[in-house]
Design a protein around this ligand. Structure first.
Ligand code: MG
Length: 273
């Protein structure tokens, strides 16, 4: 039976403005069985979950092994599989080309449902912030601005000492303008304030082929906390990829992307052909 480890260590605090303020206690068992694939709705974050994080976001590409794995899962779940990312839909499609998955982009602001209908986010929501942010990044060597259209991301992997300054700068723009700040691993982003990964997962769960199934969400970062919270409320399974010493809403833990792939291969072996 496919299993993940129960999360059993929530020792270190999350950043003060994180959505996950009340970590769940571990279940009494050290392992949890995933729902059978024919009854599951699978939701995957991309970077740090399905694929290892790369210094340059545009360098991330899906390998053949993962592509084959996702195609088999899609078949066994009868299409109830979606990617849930902070990237835009076009960038998700680039990574997984030629496959086009049901997907959530820009932390929930964009959705392509199972029928292929898309809701795109209007990049003009960032018009007043784009120039000031470009100037801020240009004035701080080592920072990188990633313009995703309706989301602006400042990466500080090469200058960790500037993370707090970047966060403070972005906080100038929200929430009065309908925006929100999203923290992540060596990145802070200005995003749409109405949507998050949790609202997007709940939206997809209301329609076929997801409706009526047990949602399972795999994520690794602060933006995924809203998704964990959402599937917890929907009676689903929340699985964080990464270290155990982080407070999180996820109820289960896997070490890394390789462990996730091993878990998924196990679930496929158990699934009926
Ligand atoms: Mg991630």
């Amino acid at each position: 039976m496919a299993k993940v480890n129960a999360l059993n260590d929530c020792a270190s605090p999350m950043p003060a403005n994180s959505a996950a303020t009340s970590p769940l206690q571990p279940r009494d068992s050290s392992v949890l069985a995933l729902p059978a694939l024919e009854r599951a709705a699978l939701f995957f974050d991309v970077d740090g979950t399905l694929l290892d994080i790369r210094p340059e976001p545009r360098d991330v590409v899906c390998d053949g092994d993962l592509r084959a794995l996702l195609e088999q899962l899609l078949d066994r779940c009868h299409g109830a599989l979606a990617l849930v990312s902070g990237r835009g839909l076009d960038d998700i499609d680039r990574i997984f080309s030629p496959l086009k998955f049901t997907a959530v982009g820009l932390h929930g602001a964009e959705i392509r449902d199972a029928a292929g209908a898309e809701r795109r986010a209007d990049p003009r929501i960032m018009d007043h912030a784009r120039r000031p942010l470009r100037d801020f990044v240009a004035a701080h060597e080592g920072l990188m601005l990633e313009d995703k259209g309706a989301t602006l991301a400042v990466h500080y992997r090469n200058r960790p000492d500037l993370g707090v300054d970047a966060l403070r700068f972005l906080l100038r723009f929200s929430p009065g303008d309908g925006l929100a700040v999203q923290e992540g691993k060596f990145v802070v982003e200005l995003k749409h304030g109405l949507y998050d990964k949790g609202t997007a997962i709940a939206e997809l769960m209301r329609a076929p082929p997801f409706a009526g199934r047990t949602p399972v969400f795999f994520g690794d970062d602060l933006t995924d906390e809203a998704g964990f919270n959402s599937v917890n409320h929907l009676g689903g399974v929340s699985v964080r990829i990464g270290d155990a010493d982080v407070r999180t809403q996820a109820r289960h833990l896997l070490a890394d992307a390789a462990a996730l792939r091993a878990l998924l291969r196990g679930a496929l072996r158990e699934a009926r052909p």
